[in-house]
Design a protein around this ligand. Structure first.
Ligand code: DGJ
Length: 550
């Protein structure tokens, strides 16, 4: 991340004049294998929600929403700022909406991630100002095989210049109005970019660029990373025997895979320059989001071609080094496989769009515990507030906000895990601290019916001590270091964290811990037949102390 000198000066002088120092600018920081978002100098877990696309275009519409979002236990809201509304006339900026949104967020103690709907939103260019829309000579459109579409070309310098200028103006303004509060903690640049309806732009500028040699920046990246490229890109390049130079067709072969690489490069370059212009004004962490490949998609263009798809991450890294996170929008059921794809090569996981139902609750536990996610954000959160505290996400966030200090302390250190199970994947084994945890969907001794979903998060806080939280799950422990082989429960408490302090409720024993009375089998497998049982649909927190015997 780059900081301009005038920015430091502005902060420093402002602080001296006001007699108080500004809170530290939000930034990303490594902890072990995790990357965390640091807000006000401390790690921050974004328990977030994204508003519908049009919500933040009206302060009146938003006014009653914020309080409900806070009641639903969110700490962060993802809100759109669109180019057409901040620059209705070329060069004249109006930030009334941005100021109003930040004030409303602050008075509800909520942080904000701004979504810059600039040149592209879901591949389209619907949020560009009218003066851009109507001047198709100055701002050329993408041309598919079948004709022109309402999408700005990535190859237009004029479009890039104007998009970058508007984004820089926005970030300049945010720095001016928010450096004392740091309400804005991250920014998304564009939204789900990529060409739909064809594998690449076939306009004049695009065809000229496609016939030229692959830019040296991309070739250098490929050469430097030849041995650690993600397999998807490596396989395409291997088709030409890893050709070291030439046109796009010569280096990668002909076909839609090459078209997609070409588009990814051009979207990444445009996004990088916009991001660079914004960060020069105010260097907040910045990310892009991907409309991921859907099961029915066959070719690039069925999904946005050139977006930050998992298989295009190397191209995006090469083309957009200013972007800190390549983030997936995950509505598909196989949440954890997608998290895995987006956690490769050190990409920090942030999920800006996903679900808010029970599957969403399971998703956030897995994201945060298993993949060290910076945060999670169900989409369209403002239409889920009829009973703000009663929904699955509100309940999941209530639990996770109590655990957040512990989660953040343990992410990236091998002492935390998360899990989401369903009827197809009913059990899992994983190491956390000195024990292997055996998790399974909750069973009932008198019925064979299983819950549809179970999820949990597990944190080793001492040699034989864990805080665990979850729903519809059961859990036993096996020793994974030398010593007596059988592991029993010393004590099990349910409870809550109040202002960071553990406040126990009942001590659980008897039926509440009994999983299996088949003592012969239990003895043979070094189990006691007891374990932690999360019996309800709503997540609970428990503190477990273990002991061992032989
Ligand atoms: C993904 C987009 O990024 C959002 O802006 C919104 O259009 C949702 N899809 C709707 O499901």
């Amino acid at each position: 991340m780059k900081l301009c000198t005038s920015f430091f000066c502005a902060l420093f002088c402002g602080a001296i004049l006001s007699g108080q120092s500004a809170p530290e600018i939000p930034r990303l920081q490594k902890q072990g294998t995790a990357t965390q978002l640091i807000v006000d100098g401390k790690p921050f877990l974004a328990l977030a929600g994204e508003l519908h696309n049009s919500s933040s275009s009206s302060l009146d519409y938003m006014r009653p929403i914020w309080g409900k979002l806070a009641q639903a236990n969110l700490n962060t809201v993802l809100a759109v700022v669109s180019w057409d509304l901040i620059e209705p006339e070329e060069g004249k900026f109006d930030f009334t909406l941005v100021d109003g949104l930040l004030e409303q967020a602050r008075s509800n103690n909520l942080r904000v991630m701004l979504l810059w709907f600039g040149s592209w939103k879901n591949g389209m260019s619907h949020y560009v100002p009218d003066w851009v829309k109507s001047d198709f000579e100055r701002f050329p459109r993408v041309r598919l095989r079948t004709g022109a579409v309402e999408v700005l070309s990535t190859l237009s310098e004029e479009n890039l210049k104007c998009d970058a200028r508007a984004f820089a103006a926005l970030m300049h303004h945010v720095r001016e109005v928010d450096s004392q509060d740091r309400t804005v903690i991250m920014v998304q640049v564009q939204n789900e970019v990529g060409v739909l309806g064809d594998s690449r732009d076939r306009g004049e500028l695009a065809n000229q660029a496609f016939a030229k040699p692959v830019p040296s920046e991309l070739m250098d990246y490929l050469r430097r990373h030849k041995d650690d490229l993600l397999p998807e890109l490596r396989d395409v390049w291997a088709r030409t025997g890893f050709r070291a130079s030439g046109t796009w067709g010569e280096v990668f072969g002909s076909g839609s895979a090459t078209d997609e690489i070409f588009m990814a490069w051009n979207y990444a370059r445009h996004t990088n320059r916009v991001t660079e212009a914004g960060k020069a004004e105010y260097p907040l962490p910045m990310f892009v989001n991907a409309w991921i490949v859907q099961p029915e998609d066959e070719l690039p263009g069925d999904y946005p071609s050139g977006g930050p798809q998992a298989h295009m991450h190397d191209v995006w890294r090469a083309g957009a080094p200013e972007i800190d996170i390549l983030a997936p929008d995950i509505y598909l059921p196989d949440f954890t496989s997608i998290c895995e794809l987006y956690s490769r090569s050190g990409n920090p996981l942030f999920v800006p769009e996903s679900r808010a139902d029970v599957q969403g609750a399971a998703n956030v536990f897995a994201a945060v515990g298993q993949f060290n996610a910076i945060g999670y954000s169900p989409f369209g959160i403002d239409s889920r507030l009829r009973d703000p505290q009663g929904g699955p996400i509100a309940k999941a966030y209530k639990t996770l906000s109590q655990l957040a200090p512990l989660i953040l302390q343990h992410q990236g250190t091998g002492t935390i895990a998360g899990i989401s199970l369903d009827r197809r994947n009913r059990t899992a084994k994983f190491r956390v601290g000195d024990y292997t945890l055996n998790a399974g969907l909750r069973t009932n001794r008198r019925s064979s019916e299983l819950p549809e979903l179970g999820y949990g998060i597990f944190i080793a806080v001492g040699p034989d001590e864990y805080y665990v939280a979850g729903s519809n799950l059961q859990l036993t422990f096996s020793a994974n270091n030398p010593g007596p082989p059988t592991v029993g429960l010393a004590t099990l408490e349910e409870g809550v964290f109040v202002d960071g302090r553990w406040t126990p409720g009942r001590t659980l024993n008897g039926d509440a811990i009994m999983i299996d009375y088949d003592m012969a089998s239990m003895a043979a497998t070094h189990q006691t037949g007891t374990g932690v049982r999360f019996r309800g649909d709503d997540p609970e927190i428990m503190r477990v102390k273990l002991y061992r015997f032989e």
